[in-house]
Write a new protein. Structure first.
Length: 283
């Protein structure tokens, strides 16, 4: 789709970059000439991903980091800067989510999502943004939100609240930091199944099909489609796009807001099973 030099020598940092959409974006950016830094909590996952992505000759650096901890965020950004000399692009992709009736949520469960999605994004954005401002350099920050960041959605309320906050952060800083040459953009994906996440959000085959039926194009998104969009938005071709969120969901949100509203049909027994699956996944 793009010329192989679209992102030539741009240094891109991706949080949650070892798996799923983060890894898909990283592979695309490498193919377009970027230098890549990936981070997440699990070092073994990062090491494996970096080794596999480097096979084609790409320059991949990894550093484990829990974005919920501002001190770890600062140390991670310092490590990336020491390795590459600078950072040109930040992709805030680290996330956490699971489906549950809101009244069943504990404060700990709520914090688990809010601290990764909202606080983690804010900490990383603030730390790198302050450095760019002090250094007198510009850059691009791309936040991965969701199609229900604008509409809300039942049964994923912590995620909806956190992603709405990230969307507000995107638009607010687009105005405040533009004077420093720092550009803010966001992508709002619809249904893009990734390993593990799908089973936590669509507990039965019937509900999986219902989610699919909500999409006018009749299918889920392909990771490469999102990666192509991300590559364009962080490229120089998109230099005049600032403060915008691009929805990529096959038209789903136009057909019906609230991606997980159909989970109203889940029985109490199914919710118990889903909660158990979520706990096992975390362990």
């Amino acid at each position: 789709m793009f010329d192989g030099t679209l992102l030539q020598d741009k240094v891109v940092l991706i949080t949650g970059g070892g798996t799923g959409l983060g890894r898909a974006m990283g592979e695309k950016f490498l193919a377009l000439g970027a230098k890549l830094a990936i981070t997440s909590r699990r070092e073994e996952v990062l090491a494996k991903a970096a080794a596999e992505m480097s096979v084609t000759g790409g320059d991949v650096f990894y550093h484990p980091c829990d974005v919920r901890d501002p001190q770890q965020v600062a140390a991670m950004i310092t490590a990336v800067e020491q390795h590459f000399g600078r950072i040109d692009v930040l992709i805030n992709n680290a996330a956490g989510n699971f489906a549950s009736p809101t009244e069943d949520l504990s404060p700990r469960a709520v914090d688990a999502v809010l601290n990764i999605v909202l606080h983690g994004t804010f900490y990383t954005t603030l730390e790198l943004g302050k450095r760019w401002i002090e250094q007198g350099v510009g850059g691009t920050m791309l936040n991965i939100v969701t199609s229900y960041a604008s509409t809300g959605s039942a049964f994923v309320v912590p995620s909806a609240a956190a992603k709405a906050g990230v969307l507000a952060l995107t638009r607010s800083l687009a105005v405040e930091w533009a004077r420093y040459g720092i550009r803010q953009v966001a992508i709002a994906p619809g249904l893009f199944p990734t390993d593990g996440a799908w089973s936590r959000l669509a507990p039965t085959p019937e509900l999986s099909q219902k989610l699919l039926n909500r999409v006018p194009l009749g299918r889920v998104g392909e990771k490469d489609e999102l990666a192509n969009l991300a590559a364009y938005l962080i490229s120089d071709y998109a230099a005049y796009i600032n403060g915008e969120v691009i929805t990529i969901d096959g038209g789903e949100w136009l057909q019906g807001a609230g991606q997980f509203n159909d989970l109203l049909e889940v029985t109490d027994e199914q919710w118990v099973s889903l909660a158990e699956m979520t706990r096992k996944g975390k362990s």
